[in-house]
Design a protein around this ligand. Structure first.
Ligand code: GDP
Ligand code: MG
Length: 265
């Protein structure tokens, strides 16, 4: 059988970034994955690739998803992919989980959660974890987003665990940030403490199938109203990612935020 790698310009050792980029833009997933790895590791070809791809970037809508481990970020991302695909647009995901140990437990979870999209050519999912270099991962994620933008994806979803400054930093590279919480008192207090209140453009109270979602939403709305007056008041949406409830509303809220950003510019 013919090895497809034989036609792979990067396998010959003679790197031709132009051909590489052309093939990425035609939908070559192997070369896309290779470009992502190259940029992630900051290999020698990375800057050439990024420079070449820069001609095509700036079209993707970048959305950050952050929140404590287990709140349902990956499940929500999977739901949002369905919504985005249902509207005829393509989607790429970067799932950053520096807390994930070498066993890759969280990554496996992400994969399972997004499994239904694995065979969709309009979807690309990339996990970054297990390296133990927090700053490294966080620094690489925005560059990986540039690659996916240049590759032509319409929507890029960046999932990070909202636990530290480095993760919050990633969110500054997104157009919109979704902060995900779950019902219960602790969460809304946690949100305030972690500085997540400031970075959220849209809030999702996920696991709204569990008791306390309405209260959590109202708590958040109260906390948001207490803050400084801003031109954009972040909406709080109740979602149940496991059933898909509220995911379309979450997307609508994100579309509203995009319209707000477009008006501002
Ligand atoms: N009851 C309930 N469970 C959910 C919901 N969304 C996600 N989960 C579950 O919460 C767990 C963690 O979900 P995951 O998406 O991996 O969370 P992440 O760590 O924030 O990415 C999984 O067992 C999910 O099935 C929801 O809306 N309701
Ligand atoms: Mg996850």
């Amino acid at each position: 059988m013919e090895d497809p790698a034989a036609a792979d310009p990067t396998q010959t050792g003679r790197l031709d970034p132009e051909a590489w980029i052309r093939r990425i833009r035609k939908g070559d997933r192997r070369l896309l994955a290779r470009a992502v790895s190259t940029v992630e590791m900051d290999a020698p070809e990375a800057s050439l690739l990024l420079a070449g791809l820069a001609a095509f970037t700036g079209k993707a809508r970048k959305i950050g998803m952050t929140g404590a481990p287990g709140v349902g970020k990956s499940t929500l991302v999977s739901g949002l992919i369905s919504t985005v695909r249902g509207r005829g647009r393509t989607a790429a995901v970067i799932a950053v989980d520096p807390s994930s140990p070498l066993t890759g437990g969280a990554i496996l979870g992400d994969r399972i959660r997004m499994q239904e999209h694995a065979d969709d050519p309009g979807v690309y999912i990339r996990s970054m974890a297990g390296r133990g270099h927090l700053g490294g991962l966080s620094a690489a994620a925005p560059r990986v987003a540039e690659v996916l933008d240049g590759a032509g994806f319409d929507v890029i979803l960046i999932e990070t665990v909202g636990v530290g400054q480095a993760e919050v930093e990633i969110m500054h590279h997104a157009h919109s940030t979704v902060v995900v919480v779950t019902p219960g008192w602790g969460d809304s207090i946690q949100v305030g403490k972690a500085g997540l209140l400031e970075i959220g453009d849209v809030f999702a109270v996920n696991k709204a199938d569990l008791p306390g979602a309405v209260r959590a939403r109202r708590d958040l709305e109260t906390m948001l109203a207490m803050g400084p007056r801003r031109p954009w008041t972040p909406p709080v949406v109740e979602t149940a990612a496991v059933s898909g409830m509220g995911v379309d509303s979450l997307w609508e809220a994100l579309e509203d935020h995009a319209a707000h950003l477009a008006r501002d510019i």
